[in-house]
Structures are given as structure tokens and as C-alpha cells.
Write a protein that binds this ligand. Structure first.
Ligand code: 5RP
Length: 236
């Protein structure tokens, strides 16, 4: 009974994610260079986009924020480019783990935060797709992912504990350490709601051995949030 209730809640969440993805598809215009995010909501959007490329001949070029998203895009015949060929992207659509006021975000639940931030930073328009459960008043209930160089992990963990976090090295289901597409570790930092995201971001940026963190501040221009009552478009 409980398992069935869990499944239908999950189905409902997927339906909402799909709604947000469908709305985001309307933002794509022929000729655009497009950034492909990562995670389950971005995946729904990539599939819709890929379908449009495959069946309607939509002309776009893409850069993906993860190997998985690139593989998926290629399976639909989406043509890919790179930052040698283009210096910016017209639009990037990606998911988020938390969306706070001002469209301050936590990302990286799927471990792709480094490339996600690179792609987002090169985008003229960075749009978030999510279901309503991602909205929060304050960031930090979702553990903040911090990507670190492997040899620096003990040093970085110590510094993160001094900031008030409880860092945990992310692992795979078999217990082995999760390694990012760029060969680094992820520390999931829990135990603290974030009062001042900008101040915290500056502190994290200053720790040697931190490659990137999941605070995405001042980057998203719009969030398409699908809720029971309909789709909400939040802008900054
Ligand atoms: C991956 C991410 C994802 O966008 C984030 O975890 C949201 O994923 P989902 O759409 O599956 O809820 O940041 O690194």
C-alpha cells in the first residue's frame, strides 16, 4: 500500500517535471546554440528537444553538461559543438535541487555541477525546469555538493567542518567513491541552512582543492516550476 502511494507520488512528480520541460521547449528557436543540463528533469527536456530535431528537422547545435546528456542528445541526432567553435550559448535548460528567492540555486545532486556551471556561465539565458518540491525559502536542506580534487579531500573536509558543515564523501551504490566526469570527488555538505549564500560562495571559492560548488547565484534568468495548480514562471 505504502509502496503504491510512493509510486503514484513519483508518477505525479514526473508528470510535473514533464510540464516544465514542455514549456521550456517553447523557448528554443531554430539556429540557436543550446546548453543541455543534467538530471531527470533536464533529461525529459532533452528527449523533447531531440524528438523535435529528429522528426521536425529543428536546426540547433548543443553543448552538454554531462557525458550522459551528450550521449542522450546524440542518440536523437542532435549536433554538438564546443567552446572552440562558439563562445556563448543562446539558451541552457537545466534542473535544480533547490530554488530559493532570487533564483539562488543548489545544483549538483546528480554530480554534474562543474560542467553545469561552465555551461550556465556561457549562456545568455539560463532557465531552470523543476517541480514545485524544489522551492525553498532558504538553501541548505539539500546537502550542498562541493567538487574537490581527490588528494585535497581531507584538507577540504576539515575546512568545510570549520564552516559548520558535515561533509560526506559521495559514494556509488556499491560503496565505491563517486568520481565526477572530470575525475574529482563530491563532498555532500549537510547540517546547515545557508543564511548568506554569496558570503558562503566566496569562502568556498577560497578553499584550495575545491574545484567548484553547487551554489548557482545570479545565473538563472527564469525558473519554470510546475505545481499542482499549474506552471509558475519565476524571473529575477
Ligand atoms: C545534476 C543536477 C540536477 O539538475 C539536479 O540534481 C536536479 O535533478 P532532477 O531534475 O533529477 O531533480 O544538478 O548535477
Amino acid at each position: 500500500m505504502e509502496a503504491m502511494a510512493g509510486k503514484s507520488a513519483q508518477d505525479e512528480q514526473t508528470r510535473l517535471k514533464q510540464k516544465a520541460a514542455e514549456r521550456a521547449l517553447e523557448l528554443v528557436e531554430p539556429g540557436m546554440t543550446v546548453g543541455l543540463g543534467s538530471g531527470s528533469t533536464a533529461t525529459l527536456w532533452i528527449k523533447l528537444l531531440g524528438e523535435k530535431v529528429r522528426s521536425q528537422g529543428l536546426k540547433i547545435r548543443a553543448i552538454a553538461s554531462s557525458d550522459d546528456s551528450e550521449k542522450l542528445g546524440r542518440s536523437y541526432g542532435i549536433p554538438f559543438t564546443n567552446f572552440d567553435e562558439v563562445s556563448s550559448l543562446d539558451l541552457t535548460v537545466d534542473g535544480a535541487d533547490e530554488v530559493a528567492p532570487g533564483l539562488a540555486l543548489i545544483k549538483g545532486g546528480g554530480g554534474k555541477l562543474l560542467r553545469e556551471k561552465i555551461v550556465a556561465s556561457a549562456s545568455k539565458r539560463f532557465v531552470i525546469v523543476a517541480d514545485g518540491s524544489k522551492q525553498v525559502e532558504k538553501l541548505g536542506k539539500f546537502p550542498l555538493p562541493v567538487e574537490v580534487i581527490q588528494m585535497a579531500e581531507p584538507l577540504v573536509s576539515r575546512e568545510l567542518r570549520e564552516l559548520g558543515f558535515t561533509p560526506t564523501i559521495r559514494t556509488n551504490q556499491d560503496g565505491s567513491r563517486y568520481i565526477t566526469d572530470e575525475g574529482n570527488l563530491i563532498l555532500d555538505c549537510s547540517g546547515m541552512l545557508i543564511d548568506d549564500p554569496r558570503a558562503l560562495a566566496a569562502k568556498l571559492d577560497a578553499i584550495v582543492g575545491v574545484v567548484e560548488h553547487g551554489l548557482f547565484l545570479g545565473m538563472a534568468k527564469m525558473a519554470l516550476i510546475a505545481e499542482e495548480g499549474g506552471l509558475v514562471e519565476r524571473t529575477t
